[in-house]
Design a protein around this ligand. Structure first.
Ligand SMILES: [Zn+2]
Length: 110
């Protein structure tokens, strides 16, 4: 039950049926995602939109030494991030740690 691949196809994201059609990599490249931290799929608590965001481990109440690749979204706390449709900073609930994006990013970066 700890397969990290399962996070990407988590049935928790109900009402988000278009999730598979989303280009997560493009979402992460967008300035809206932020520039620092690990890639997570998160839902804005105010408008309910799902977007790829970057959040630091500390923001999600994780140790800076935590292994972000094996991190479970359910272990992460909400974090504050700007939401453009809401026109300001709101709270975001992580729904999935995008460890696949994280790994491909590392491969490119080193
Ligand atoms: Zn919002």
């Amino acid at each position: 039950m700890s397969s990290r691949a399962s996070e990407l196809e988590s049935p928790k994201a109900s009402g988000d049926a278009d999730r598979d059609g989303r280009d997560l990599e493009a979402g992460l490249a967008s300035p809206v995602a932020g520039r620092f931290g690990i890639p997570v799929d998160a839902v804005c608590v105010r408008c309910g939109r799902t977007h790829v965001k970057r959040a630091s481990l500390e923001e999600m109440d994780q140790s800076p030494e935590a292994n972000s690749v094996t991190l479970e979204a359910t272990d992460c706390t909400s974090f504050k991030h700007v939401c453009y449709p809401c026109e300001g900073a709101t709270w975001w609930n992580p729904v999935a740690v995008l460890s696949g994006l994280l790994e491909s990013e590392r491969e490119r970066g080193e």
